[in-house]
Ligand binder design. Structure first.
Ligand code: ZN
Length: 304
C-alpha cells in the first residue's frame, strides 16, 4: 500500500508543477527568457563557488588525517588475544613490501612439558596407547605377546604365548582404558566367556582405574582370572629400568596421549565442529566415518 500512496502524491505534485508553469507562462510571458539569462550568468559563478568549496574540504581532510605507523599497528595486532590453532581464517596482517619488522617474530611453538607415568597420565591415556603400553610391559616381563586388532571395546586385545613357536595362546589379556568409572564384574565375565570359547586357561584383565567389589570377588573365586588395576600398573612400570621407562614415556606420553584413537582404523581422532557442538571425528575421513562424543574428563583437562 505505501507504494500506491507515494505514486499518488507524485502524480499530484506533477499536476501542480504543470499548473504553476502554465499559469506563470500566461501571467509572466517574459519569465522563461529571464530564467535563461539568470542561468547563463549565474552558472560560471556557481561552478567557481563549488570548486573553492571542494578545495577547502580537501585541504581540511589532509590536515586531519593521522600519520600511519605501520610498526605500531603490527605490534598492536600481535598483542591481541591469539586465535585458536584450529581456526582456518588467515592472519589479518598482510605486511606490505616496504614493511620491515624491527624485531624478529617468535613463532616457534612452546616446548611441550615432559610427562611421566603416574595416576593422572595413566588414567587419561588413549585406549590404543594403553593397549600398546600393556603389550610392551608384558614383553619386558619376558612374555611372548601378540596384539590383536579388536578395536576399542570388544574381543581380546593381547595374546600371551608360552614361546615363539606356540600357535595357541597360553593366556588372554583384555585392556580397559577408562578415565574414572571402575570396571564391573560384567567385563570380568566377558573375558571368562572368551577364554572358554578359545579354550584358554588363563585370563588377565588390565585397567587404568579400579575394579568394583563384585569384580574382585568374581576373580578371587576363579584362579584362572587375574586383575591388574591402576596401582598394579604403576607398580609394574616402576620395576622397569629408568632407561626403558624414559623410552616408553616419550613413546606413549606424547602431546596427543589423551586424544582417543579411532576404534575402526586406529588413527588418531581430531576435534571437529558440528551442528550440535564439537565431537571427535576420524582423521582418516572420508575413508573412515567414525565419530565419538568428547569425554567429560577430556573437556575438564583441556578447559581454558
Ligand atoms: Zn577411523
Amino acid at each position: 500500500m505505501p507504494r500506491r500512496r507515494s505514486s499518488k502524491i507524485e502524480e499530484q505534485l506533477a499536476v501542480f508543477i504543470v499548473l504553476v508553469a502554465v499559469s506563470c507562462y500566461f501571467l509572466f510571458p517574459n519569465l522563461p527568457k529571464l530564467i535563461s539569462n539568470i542561468i547563463f550568468w549565474c552558472l560560471p559563478l556557481v561552478a567557481i563557488v563549488c570548486l573553492v568549496f571542494i578545495a577547502i574540504i580537501v585541504f581540511l581532510k589532509k590536515k586531519d588525517a593521522p600519520i600511519v605507523n605501520y610498526s605500531q599497528m603490527v605490534h598492536q595486532r600481535f598483542s591481541q588475544t591469539p586465535k585458536s590453532p584450529d581456526s582456518r581464517s588467515p592472519s589479518p596482517i598482510h605486511p606490505s613490501r616496504n614493511y620491515v619488522p624491527q624485531k624478529p617474530l617468535h613463532l616457534d611453538p612452546p616446548q611441550a612439558k615432559r610427562l611421566h607415568f603416574n595416576g593422572n597420565t595413566l588414567r587419561r591415556i588413549d585406549w590404543l596407547y594403553f593397549e600398546l603400553l600393556t603389550e610392551e610391559l608384558f614383553k619386558k616381563m619376558n612374555f611372548v605377546v601378540k596384539k590383536t586388532h579388536a578395536g576399542a571395546d570388544g574381543g581380546v586385545d593381547i595374546e600371551l604365548f608360552a614361546n615363539e613357536d606356540s600357535t595357541k595362546p597360553s593366556a588372554l589379556i583384555q585392556c580397559k582404558a577408562r578415565a574414572t568409572s571402575p570396571i564391573g564384574v560384567d567385563k570380568v565375565r566377558e573375558l571368562f566367556g572368551v577364554m572358554a570359547a578359545m579354550n584358554v586357561n588363563q585370563g588377565i584383565l588390565v585397567c587404568n582405574t579400579e575394579f568394583t567389589h563384585d569384580a574382585k570377588a568374581f576373580a578371587n573365586n576363579n584362579p584362572k582370572i587375574k586383575l591388574g588395576d591402576l596401582h598394579w600398573l604403576e607398580a609394574q612400570l616402576s620395576k622397569l629400568p629408568q632407561e626403558i621407562i624414559t623410552n616408553l614415556e616419550s613413546k606413549y606420553l606424547d602431546k596427543e596421549f589423551d586424544v582417543p584413537s579411532c576404534p575402526q582404523c586406529e588413527r588418531k581422532l581430531t576435534l571437529r565442529k558440528g551442528k550440535f557442538g564439537a565431537f571427535w571425528g576420524c582423521r582418516n575421513f572420508p575413508k573412515c566415518h567414525c565419530k565419538m562424543n568428547i569425554q567429560r574428563e577430556y573437556k575438564l583437562n583441556h578447559a581454558t
